[in-house]
Design a protein around this ligand. Structure first.
Ligand code: CO
Length: 213
C-alpha cells in the first residue's frame, strides 16, 4: 500500500473523531435525509472541489461532475442526477461551474487523439463550432481559451433549459434558476457569468416544449 493510500484511511478516522468532538450528533442528523437547495454540475478536475469552493456543508449541495462540466442530453447519468435533484429533492438552483485552465476545453481546441475521451470531447467541439466565428476572431490564444471556457458554461446552462426535466418543472410553477459560473484556479474566486435562466422564455423556439398533460 502506498503512503498516500494509508494516509487517506487515517485521515478519515481523524475526521470522524474531530467532527464528533464538535457535534456528537453530526452523522446521526445527516443520516436522516437531505434537502440540498443546489445542484452543482462541475468539472471532474481535482482542483475544483464543489463544497470547498462555496463553503457548503455536507447536505447542502447535490453534485454531478464530468470532464468539462457538460450537460449532454443523452447522458443517462446526468439526466438521472438532474431528474432526482429537480423532481425529488426540489432544488432551487442548478449551477454549472466551469473553470479556467480546463483540460477538456483545451483538448477540444486541438486535434490530438487522447483515447476514448475523444468521443466525449466531441460534445465540446460542437460548442466550439457553434461559436467558431467569434472564437476564431480572438487571436490571443489564452484569451480565446478563457472565452471558450465561459461560452461553454453558457451553452451548458442553455442545454439544461432545453431538457424536458427543467421545462416541465417551470411549466409546473416550480421555482428553479439555472446559473453559470467560472472558477479561477489561480485566484480561488468564481465569476458569475450572469447567464441565469428561470423560464423557457429565452429559449430558441425550436426547443420550447408544449406539454399536453
Ligand atoms: Co476541467
Amino acid at each position: 500500500m502506498t503512503d498516500f493510500y494509508n494516509q487517506i484511511l487515517e485521515n478519515n478516522k481523524k475526521w470522524v473523531e474531530t467532527t464528533l468532538e464538535s457535534d456528537p450528533n453530526y452523522f446521526k442528523d445527516l443520516a436522516k435525509g437531505q434537502t440540498p437547495p443546489l445542484l452543482w454540475i462541475g468539472c471532474s478536475d481535482s482542483r475544483v472541489p464543489a463544497n470547498e469552493i462555496i463553503g457548503a456543508k455536507a447536505g447542502e449541495v447535490f453534485v454531478h461532475r464530468n470532464i468539462a462540466n457538460m450537460v449532454v442530453h443523452t447522458d443517462m447519468n446526468m439526466l438521472s442526477v438532474l431528474d432526482y435533484a429537480v423532481n425529488v429533492l426540489k432544488v432551487k438552483h442548478v449551477l454549472v461551474c466551469g473553470h479556467y485552465g480546463c483540460g477538456g476545453i483545451k483538448a477540444a481546441m486541438g486535434n490530438d487523439s487522447i483515447g476514448i475521451i475523444d468521443n466525449w470531447i466531441r460534445h465540446i467541439k460542437n460548442v466550439y463550432r457553434l461559436h467558431s466565428k467569434y472564437l476564431d476572431s480572438i487571436h490571443d490564444e489564452t484569451s480565446r481559451f478563457n472565452k471558450f471556457v465561459e461560452i461553454n458554461v453558457q451553452e451548458q446552462v442553455i442545454d439544461l433549459a432545453k431538457t424536458s426535466i427543467v421545462q416541465n418543472a417551470w411549466r409546473n410553477g416550480q421555482i428553479l434558476t439555472l446559473h453559470g459560473w467560472v472558477y479561477g484556479l489561480n485566484s480561488g474566486y468564481v465569476t458569475d457569468l450572469d447567464v441565469n435562466m428561470s423560464s423557457n422564455d429565452d429559449l430558441d423556439d425550436t426547443y420550447k416544449l408544449k406539454f399536453s398533460i
